[in-house]
Design a protein around this ligand. Structure first.
Ligand code: FES
Ligand SMILES: [Fe+2]
Length: 454
C-alpha cells in the first residue's frame, strides 16, 4: 500500500485519544491503536461511479474474486435452510447442509440453466422447478426426470454435482468468494478479529434488517457513510452531541475504521452545550423539550450514558460491563471491510452493506442490520428483510430503526443528487480531504489494486 509522509494534519480540537484519557474505566488497547497513514491527494475519476465499463470491470475483477459478506449464519439456522445471495448479475445459493456445515452453490440448474431457487426457505432437496432435476443438499445429483433420456448424464453423475463457491464464516457472518484460488478468509480479514475480540459479533441476534434501493452507484452510498465531514451540513441537529471533526480515522490492510465521539460537542459549534444539552441531543430529544432524564450534578454526559448502559446490559451480559470503558458505551466505531461490509464495534448494534442493485451500476442496495447481545437466553429469531423501494423514506417505512431512520433520511436525500451531479460535472474527478476522507481513499486504493490484477 503506497503511503506518503508525513501523516496529514488534523483538526486543532481535542483528539479522540485525549478524550480516552478521561475515561473512568480502562480503555481497551484496540482503541489506542492509530495508523497514521497518508495516501495520494489525487482526484478520483468520475467514471468510477457512472461508467458501464467500470461496473463491468468491477464484476469481473472484484465481485468474482473478493470475499464478501453474504448473510448472517443465524438467517439459516436449520439443516436444509437456503438463502439466495445476489451480487451484480450473479446469484448464489447458500445452503446449510449439516448442523455445522454451510455450502455455497451457483444458483443455476445444470440442465438448461434456470435459477435453482428464487426464494429463501427450508427444503429437503434442491429441485429445479422447470423440469425437475434434483440434487441432495450436499450437491450430489439425486434425480433426473426421464432418466432413460439422459444416459450421458447418469453415466457422469459426478460431473453433475452442483458446482460450489468458497464459503467461510466469521463473527456470525457467512462470507462467500467465487474465486477458486482465493486466499483464506482469515488471511483476507487480517487483524480484524483481534479488533472484535471483546465485541463478539457471533453471539448477537439480528433484531432488524432493512434494505433500501437508492438511485446511485454503490460506492456513492458507501462513501456517504464513511466520513463525518458531512455532519455539519447534512445533520446539523446532532452537532451538540457529536465530535464530527474530532473523528479518528485509521486504515489497516483490508479494513478501515472511523471513531466518532458522542456526548462530545462538535468543534464547529460557536456555543458550548451543557452536559444535559449534549445528552438530550444524543437521546434524540430536541433542545428546549423537558428533559426526561436529568444528569446528576458533577457527572458528564459520557459518564452518565455509560453508567446507564452498564445497568441496562448487566442482566444480559453480566459483570463484563464493569470491564468496559465509557468510550465503548458512548462512541461510534465504524469499521469497513473491503469492499462493502461495515460492522460497528462495541455495543453499537449497526452493520451496513452496500452493493450494486442487480446489474445496474446507477442504483444500489443499502442494508442496515441491528445485532444485539442476548446473553444466556435462547437466540431470538433473526429478523426478516424489510425492503424499501427508491421512493420509500426510512422514517415511515423502517420504524424499527428508531432515531437512526431520521438521520438516514438526511443521508439518502443527498445520494441520487450526487449521482446526477456526477453526470453533470465538468471537472473529471472528485476531490477528497486528506484525513477526514481517508476511508473513502482507502476504498479506491484497494479497488485500484484489485482491478489491475490479471
Ligand atoms: S432447467 Fe432445471 S430442470 Fe430443466
Ligand atoms: Fe450521515
Amino acid at each position: 500500500m503506497t503511503t506518503l509522509e508525513p501523516a496529514p494534519p488534523r483538526s486543532d480540537a481535542v483528539t479522540y485519544q485525549q478524550i480516552l484519557d478521561t475515561d473512568t474505566h480502562t480503555v481497551p488497547a484496540v482503541l489506542r491503536r492509530t495508523s497514521d497513514v497518508r495516501f495520494t491527494d489525487a482526484d478520483i475519476p468520475i467514471s468510477r461511479y457512472i461508467s458501464r465499463e467500470f461496473h463491468e470491470l468491477e464484476k469481473e475483477k472484484l465481485w468474482n474474486r473478493v470475499w464478501q459478506m453474504a448473510c448472517r449464519s443465524e438467517d439459516m439456522p436449520a439443516v436444509g435452510d437456503t438463502l439466495r445471495y445476489d451480487i451484480a448479475d450473479r446469484s448464489y445459493l447458500i445452503v446449510r447442509t449439516a448442523p455445522h456445515v454451510i455450502k455455497g452453490y451457483y444458483n443455476a440448474c445444470l440442465h438448461r440453466g434456470r435459477m435453482l431457487r428464487e426464494f429463501d426457505g427450508r427444503v429437503d432437496e434442491i429441485r429445479c422447478p422447470f423440469h425437475g432435476f434434483c440434487w441432495e443438499l450436499d450437491g450430489g445429483l439425486k434425480q433426473v426426470p426421464s432418466g432413460w433420456d439422459f444416459p450421458h448424464v447418469l453415466a457422469r453423475s459426478d460431473e453433475f454435482r452442483l458446482p460450489e463457491v468458497n464459503v467461510d464464516t466469521w463473527g456470525g457472518f457467512v462470507f462467500l468468494n467465487p474465486d477458486e484460488n482465493c486466499e483464506p478468509l482469515t488471511a483476507f480479514l487480517g487483524d480484524l478479529p483481534d479488533h472484535f475480540a471483546d465485541w463478539d459479533l457471533e453471539n448477537r441476534h439480528k433484531s432488524a434488517h432493512v434494505a433500501k434501493v437508492i438511485r446511485c452507484n454503490w460506492k456513492v452510498a458507501s462513501e456517504a457513510f464513511a466520513e463525518a465531514l458531512h455532519v455539519v451540513a447534512t445533520h446539523p441537529q446532532i452537532l451538540p452531541s457529536i465530535g464530527d471533526a474530532i473523528t479518528q480515522y485509521d486504515v489497516w490492510g483490508n479494513f478501515s475504521r472511523a471513531i466518532s465521539p458522542n456526548n462530545t460537542p462538535s468543534p464547529h459549534l460557536r456555543w458550548t452545550p451543557t452536559e444535559q444539552e449534549m445528552f438530550d441531543v444524543r437521546t434524540d430529544r430536541r433542545l428546549g423539550d423537558d428533559p426526561v432524564q436529568l444528569i446528576p450534578e458533577g457527572m458528564t454526559a459520557r459518564e452518565y450514558t455509560a453508567a446507564a448502559a452498564r445497568k441496562m446490559w448487566r442482566p444480559i451480559v453480566g459483570d463484563r460491563v464493569d470491564r468496559m470503558s465509557d468510550a465503548e458505551f458512548n462512541d461510534s466505531f465504524y469499521y469497513t471491510v473491503f469492499p462493502n461490509f461495515h460492522p460497528w464495534g462495541a455495543f453499537n448494534a449497526i452493520t451496513y452493506r452496500f452493493r450494486p442493485n442487480g446489474d445496474d451500476h446507477e442504483s444500489c442496495i443499502m442494508e442496515c442490520m441491528f445485532l444485539l447481545p442476548f446473553g444466556d437466553r435462547e437466540r431470538p429469531p433473526s429478523a426478516a428483510v424489510n425492503w424499501l423501494g427508491p421512493d420509500d423514506e426510512w422514517v415511515e417505512h423502517a420504524p424499527e430503526l428508531g432515531g437512526l431512520a431520521r438521520v438516514f433520511n438526511q443521508d439518502t436525500f443527498n445520494l441520487p443528487k450526487v449521482q446526477l451531479g456526477l453526470h453533470a460535472m465538468k471537472k473529471p474527478g472528485v476531490t477528497l480531504a486528506n484525513y477526514q476522507e481517508l476511508k473513502v481513499r482507502h476504498l479506491h486504493v484497494l479497488l485500484d489494486a484489485w482491478l489491475s490484477r490479471d
